[in-house]
Design a protein around this ligand. Structure first.
Ligand SMILES: NC(=O)c1ccc[n+]([C@@H]2O[C@H](COP(=O)([O-])OP(=O)(O)OC[C@H]3O[C@@H](n4cnc5c(N)ncnc54)[C@H](OP(=O)(O)O)[C@@H]3O)[C@@H](O)[C@H]2O)c1
Length: 345
């Protein structure tokens, strides 16, 4: 079962001393810790108000993404919210503008599990002629049962990893161009999870992830989150080679009771959340690491890293494996190229 593993995984990765630090919210080298909220970590970022920063945040219709959007808007960032449910996105927009009436928020449709929908979103966004400074790849799915996307790819992997990979590819030149024209560093944040560390090398086969045998929802979710980190590492390496002023990092937001577990509601889940409530973050604490990495002047020039509790942190050995990152990048490009060619022929 997924949830007990999420909690035990959090504990395993936090040995006793670190668990106490986590529970006490002791600040790390950044000056922030597990208790810090998205508002606190961006307090010194209001200077952005005059810079006309534009950010795309996926999955901003609920949970951590909606809180990230609220705080970025409060700091003066123009938001583009791609959503599959535009009604829900309009409610989030209204909620944000109630607090920040001058917030500029553009809503566009996207389904991250569909390559065609991602292409449509990107061409609509690019036709607006806006700059793009920040891309937050936050949307996430945790599918308990085996489901397939339009392209007949396992749904969790398609949404969490492949969709964000294609989105990033299609927007990267725009971000590099914006950074060069404005002199403001572009930033990409991949929202991953500590759960990535369960995946071992023999459990990370590209073809099996596309079409798993003996489906296990937790395994697929963990694989997609590992892929999010490897993606950040490889794109960071490529951006460095190009000398581009765009960074990309991965974050673990912490464990937050959000819609991501909506398939898992019930007495056992609720009881577990109750028992583990000391380990849970509030949504605003859950959005803090993303907001810190996306906005803080303290993360200037930092790229290809993994953050948790608003500090640079250590990811698994496999997530640090550069050859694995390169291999995954090549396999993904080949797959996307094949599927996009098929759809136009
Ligand atoms: N909550 C945690 O404890 C936790 C822990 C570690 C990592 N994370 C990560 O944090 C991120 C945010 O999760 P959350 O906890 O805030 O979950 P959430 O409340 O369920 O939010 C997920 C968001 O993703 C969107 N989404 C899902 N499938 C999509 C698709 N095919 N196309 C477009 N949007 C899609 C959802 O939109 P709809 O409104 O259309 O469903 C929703 O806005 C995820 O990447 C998750 O893996 C969460």
């Amino acid at each position: 079962m997924a949830l007990p593993r999420i909690f035990s995984c959090s504990l395993r990765l936090h040995p006793m001393k670190e668990t106490l630090r986590y529970l006490a919210g002791v600040a790390g080298p950044s000056g922030f810790g597990s208790n810090s909220t998205a508002e606190q970590v961006t307090e010194d970022c209001s200077c952005l108000l005059s810079s006309h920063i534009t950010a795309i945040i996926t999955g901003a219709t609920s949970g951590i993404g909606a809180e990230t959007a609220r705080v970025l808007a409060k700091r003066g960032v123009r938001l583009v919210i791609p959503a599959r449910d535009l009604k829900r996105a309009a409610e989030v927009k209204e909620m944000i503008q109630k607090e920040t009436p001058q917030a500029e928020i553009i809503l566009l449709e996207i389904d991250l599990s569909s390559f065609a929908s991602i292409k449509r979103f990107c061409s609509e966004f690019l036709s607006l002629g806006l700059p793009l400074n920040i891309l937050i790849n936050n949307a996430g799915k945790f599918s308990q049962n085996l489901e397939f996307s339009e392209e007949k790819i396992e749904m969790t992997f398609a949404t969490n990893y492949l969709g964000h990979f294609l989105l990033t590819e299609m927007l990267l030149e725009k971000m590099i161009q914006t950074a060069a024209q404005t002199g403001i560093e572009g930033r990409i944040v991949n929202v991953s999870s500590v759960i990535h560390s369960w995946v071992k090398t023999d459990g990370f086969s590209f073809n099996h992830m596309l079409n798993p045998k003996n489906y296990n929802g937790t395994r697929s979710y963990a694989q997609s989150k590992l892929a999010n980190i490897l993606h950040a590492k490889e794109v960071a390496r490529r951006l460095k080679v190009r000398n581009a002023r765009v960074t990309i990092n991965a974050v673990h937001p912490g464990v937050v009771k959000t819609g991501i577990i909506r398939d898992h509601k019930g007495f056992i889940t609720d009881s577990l959340f109750f028992l583990a409530s000391k380990l849970l973050k509030s949504t605003s604490q859950g959005a803090a690491t993303t907001c810190y990495v996306a906005l803080s002047p303290r993360t200037n020039g930092v790229s290809g890293k993994y953050f948790a509790d608003c500090n640079e942190s250590s990811c698994s050995v496999l997530a640090k494996d550069e050859s694995e990152a390169r291999k995954l990048w090549k396999q993904t490009c080949a797959l996307i190229h094949r599927r996009l060619c098929q759809s136009t022929s």
